[in-house]
Design a protein around this ligand. Structure first.
Ligand SMILES: Cc1ncc(COP(=O)(O)O)c(C=O)c1O
Length: 237
């Protein structure tokens, strides 16, 4: 892309360090490090969208920490309040901060004009959530259970409807064989059956279903989740 467009026309590269929203696609080994090197070489900012990956989903505070690659800007949301109250934000490194702080001292730092910026309710929920993550060791727990969730998800291997199973951290994804001529229908049906018949919320992305248990889930809950998902697969076959 740099060769095609010239680095001077590229301000930043934004990636999800693990592509969660497109179906749980772990990065190829060394991919993020190489991206960091290329961005450094050409003076391009690297942005990690950590809306899904931060706060324990990959067994660490951030995917950046897990993969040992530090972006210039990081976005976050969901896990910061464990979804209890809407909140999102971004963290920047000092050189980005300094670039914005060229005005007088009395202006607001990194000003964003949102109606609900820094809302006290969301801030309280975030602080309480961070306390729980620390006190209950939930990032470590997610890291410890990573092999268990991988094994539990892989127990569905061989089901005729499954084209691929991927897991990383505390998340698993299943690619379902599409209904011919109706892409997305099988995934949508699976989500509907999971929700209405198995009391289970899953995320659908085309014909891919992502299962992202709460970080407090224990082994027995993971067993239950994948048992239920096995029944969902049977029902939408
Ligand atoms: C990876 C990712 N980035 C960004 C967003 C959007 O975040 P927000 O609604 O906080 O802007 C989502 C929403 O699902 C997401 O999954």
């Amino acid at each position: 892309m740099v060769e095609l467009h010239d680095a001077s026309t590229i301000a930043a590269v934004i990636v999800e360090p693990m592509a969660g929203s497109t179906g749980v696609l772990p990065p190829p080994v060394g991919y993020l490090k190489r991206l960091r090197e290329l961005c450094d070489k050409h003076g391009i900012l690297l942005i990690f969208d950590e809306v899904i990956t931060a706060f324990g989903r990959l067994g660490h505070a951030t995917a950046s920490e897990r993969f040992g690659v530090t972006p210039d800007i990081m976005t976050f949301a969901k896990g910061i309040t464990s979804g209890t109250v809407p909140m999102g934000g971004c963290v920047v490194r000092k050189h980005v901060y300094d670039a914005f702080q060229t005005g007088p001292d009395h202006v607001i730092d990194l000003f964003h004009g949102y109606t609900y910026s820094g809302h006290p309710l969301a801030a309280a929920a975030a602080l309480a959530t961070l306390d729980l993550y620390r006190d209950e060791g939930l990032f470590e727990r997610s890291r410890k259970l990573e092999p268990y969730i991988a094994q539990a998800a892989m127990s569905l291997k061989g089901h005729a409807l499954l084209q691929d199973i991927r897991t990383i951290g505390f998340v698993a994804a299943f690619d379902l064989a599409p209904v011919e001529g109706l892409p997305g229908k099988r995934g949508f049906d699976a989500m509907r059956v999971a929700f209405h018949e198995e009391n289970m919320m899953v995320r659908v992305s085309g014909d891919t279903i992502a299962v992202s248990p709460p970080l407090i889930a224990e082994e027995k809950h993971l067993d239950e989740i994948f048992e239920k998902f096995g029944r969902v697969l049977d029902k939408v076959s």
